[in-house]
Design a protein around this ligand. Structure first.
Ligand code: ZN
Length: 164
């Protein structure tokens, strides 16, 4: 997989995030899962559409990928997300045997409302405790990805806030 491929798939994740931003009940996070150079699942945050707090973009994409492939794991796959995956989605990636996580904006690039944990970086925990064969790399198309989110010093409208 070349860096050009990575950018191409992240641009698709950005498109999905923009769709999620503009769709009532959805959220501005996009995810694409690629296996053997093919997109096998994708999605944006659908929490408010499904009234399902687990319907993060990554979970939506993992479910679609496993369903379309008729498999319970995504061994060898790469997960692209416009924002660093949260703890739930990171763990789901572990359980799914995803090989690479590539994300755009990092937790320090965005408002703290996007993350459930205040002091720990879940990806470090995963690295230390669960898998040493899974890589997680951030900062791809950082400016475009970060532009989707409230910044650390912003004051988001109360009804949009979570985890604060
Ligand atoms: Zn998540």
């Amino acid at each position: 997989m070349t860096s050009t491929d990575d950018e191409r798939f992240m641009r698709r994740a950005l498109e999905l995030a923009a769709t999620g931003r503009d769709r009532p009940g959805a959220g501005p996070i996009g995810c694409v899962i690629v296996l053997d150079g093919q997109v096998v699942g994708d999605g944006h945050n659908e929490v408010g559409i499904r009234h399902d707090p687990s319907a993060h973009a990554e979970i939506v994409a993992i479910r679609r990928a496993c369903e379309s492939l008729g498999r319970d794991d995504l061994r060898g796959a790469t997960l692209y997300s416009t924002l660093q995956p949260c703890g739930m989605c990171s763990m789901a990636s572990i359980w799914t045997s995803i090989e690479r996580i590539v994300y755009g904006a990092c937790r320090t690039d965005v408002h703290r409302m996007y993350f459930e944990d205040r002091h720990l970086d879940v990806l470090d925990i995963i690295d230390d405790a669960f898998r040493n064969d899974m890589t997680a790399t951030g900062g791809l198309l950082l400016q475009e990805c970060a532009a989707l989110y409230y910044k650390p010093g912003d004051d988001p409208p109360e009804q949009e806030q979570a985890n604060v």
